[in-house]
Design a protein around this ligand. Structure first.
Ligand SMILES: Cc1ncc(COP(=O)(O)O)c(C=O)c1O
Ligand SMILES: N[C@@H](CCCC[NH3+])C(=O)O
Length: 483
């Protein structure tokens, strides 16, 4: 089916198809993961720690595209953020640098030179359609976690053969869409494999699958964003690998095993962690190939962290990440898939707010702004740090104090920053939360009926364009029309 036909709703499934799945003749075989050949000893135990020498890190200070110049104003690509505030809607908004998005993609492309690779941008990080169109035009593929993300990727023009459908709870309708579109699909569990087989039959297409392996590598990040350790809900543990290989073999008309995937977690700032996982993964791939599967793809997921603290710390770059796995990939003649989200988009954006007022309660000082946890939830959800600055210079005699930066939402967890030193801002002053390009707008809600904000970007020529409308109260009322 042509990609454009897939953009609306998934095709209707035969009535009752979901319910009948477990009574299909293949289901019994598929849901018995305990009857399997034992794995070779090398895969039953944890793999040895990385055995390769680490290449000398090429780390460099990461640049920020929102910077204060000598005049004390914050600029984005030469444009004063204060001036953008004058022309933008008078409400909190996200402001991106389009050139920085391009620079971030370029950094990955340069790092990947000499390898056959796919940059699968993780759409969950930021699903703005204009940004997706830009990323696909720059040659990125996409990583999807829902049927709607797949529809949006197709709408944005992504090549489905450079897209991967991930997830631990993919439903049958979405899998049918994926099978029709011809994207790679990761197998996460026994029931997932069962559903992918069913989707292949319904669509009439054989599905290119990767096994999502859980390598039990500690990514050393907040537990909520760790995904590749053994207690995680994601992926297949090594003791079950043989069952999955047998199950794939049993379905030659529905499944073609093309690779292995892992994703360790997010905000990772040590490349050794990726190397440990890659060593583990190529051992897996050796084993899978030894059983006659001709697999070509190693997908090492996303997860590279960024410089949220703006301390000037030296952090690994895309080149450091790729260099640490390059030899392993080449030694097995593999195509490499990577799935960056944060490291492609986070540093390209600020969340721009206005100060509503300043208050003191007991010993605490608060700067109250118009934005909140509804538009940007990472600090409230993970205690995440994102750098905060005023956009304009303050008078030289302005008192510097320690403030919590809070929003108007009716929750004590509604903070964007804790204990930040700032010159006392005046009412109406602009205040930005940096590095807001990833997992900020895409995680925004309408809690307290704070409608999702508009988005703008600064283009190469310094012009500013709106790239997403802000939601309105009328949009909310529309959800009830005709009921
Ligand atoms: C499977 C998968 N791939 C890629 C990503 C993107 O991760 P990051 O934004 O940290 O690069 C995620 C999110 O953690 C993920 O779950
Ligand atoms: N939402 C997380 C990242 C989750 C990554 C998805 N597996 C964050 O804001 O940092």
């Amino acid at each position: 089916m042509a990609a454009s036909n897939l953009l609306s709703q998934p095709p209707a499934l035969p009535h009752g198809r979901h319910l009948k799945l477990s009574s299909n003749p293949f289901a019994t075989a598929l849901i018995s993961p305990f009857k399997c050949k034992p794995l070779p000893a090398s895969l039953r135990a944890r793999p040895p720690r990385a055995i390769l020498s680490t290449p000398e890190p090429q780390t460099q200070k990461l640049e920020h595209c929102f910077t204060k110049s000598g005049d004390g104003f914050l600029y984005c690509e030469g444009v004063k953020v204060e001036q953008v505030m004058e022309v933008a809607e008078k409400r909190p908004f996200y402001l991106y640098s389009k050139p920085q998005i391009k620079r971030n993609v370029e950094a990955y492309k340069e790092a990947l030179e000499g390898l056959n690779s796919i940059i699968g941008y993780a759409i969950k990080a930021n699903n703005n359609l204009k940004i997706l169109e830009l990323l696909q035009s720059l040659g990125c593929g996409a990583v999807l976690v829902s049927g709607n993300e797949l529809r949006l990727a197709l709408q944005a023009g992504f090549d489905p053969t450079r897209c991967v459908f991930n997830g631990n709870g993919k439903n049958l309708e979405d899998l049918v869409l994926a099978a029709q579109a011809g994207v790679f699909v990761n197998i996460d569990s026994e029931f997932d494999l069962e559903n992918i087989v069913a989707a292949a039959r319904i669509s009439g297409n054989k599905v290119n699958v990767l096994l999502r392996i859980n390598p039990d590598v500690d990514p050393q990040v907040h537990p909520y964003v760790a995904t590749g350790n053994k207690n995680s809900k994601f992926g297949i543990r090594n003791e079950k690998l043989q069952w999955f290989l047998d199950a794939v073999k049993a379905h030659p008309n529905e499944l073609k095993l093309v690779g292995a995937h892992c994703h360790l977690g997010s905000t990772i700032t040590k490349v050794d962690i990726f190397r440990d996982a890659a060593v583990f993964m190529v051992n897996y791939i050796d084993e899978i190939r030894s059983q006659g599967f001709e697999i070509d793809y190693l997908n090492i997921g996303g997860g590279l962290g960024i410089d949220y603290y703006h301390t000037g710390a030296v952090l690994p770059t895309p080149r450091d990440l790729i260099d640490t796995v390059r030899e392993l990939v080449l030694s097995r003649n593999l195509n490499l898939i990577i799935e960056p989200g944060r490291s492609l988009i986070a540093n390209t954006c600020c969340f721009v707010n206005r100060v509503t007022g300043v208050k003191t309660n007991g010993t605490k000082n608060f700067v109250v702004i118009d934005g909140s946890m509804a538009e940007l939830i990472r600090p409230s959800l993970y205690g995440a740090y994102q750098h905060i600055e005023l956009v304009s210079p303050t008078p030289p005699n302005a008192e510097v104090s320690t403030f919590d930066i809070v929003g108007p939402v009716c929750e004590s967890a509604d903070f964007l920053g804790k204990d930040r030193e700032l010159p006392t801002p005046t009412k109406g002053a602009g205040l930005v939360v940096h590095d807001a390009g990833a997992y900020c707008m895409s995680m925004a809600s309408t809690y307290n009926l704070k409608m999702r904000p508009p988005e703008y970007w600064v283009e190469e020529d310094g012009s500013v364009s709106k790239i997403r409308h802000g939601e309105t109260f009328e949009d909310h009322l529309r959800l009830f029309e005709g009921l």
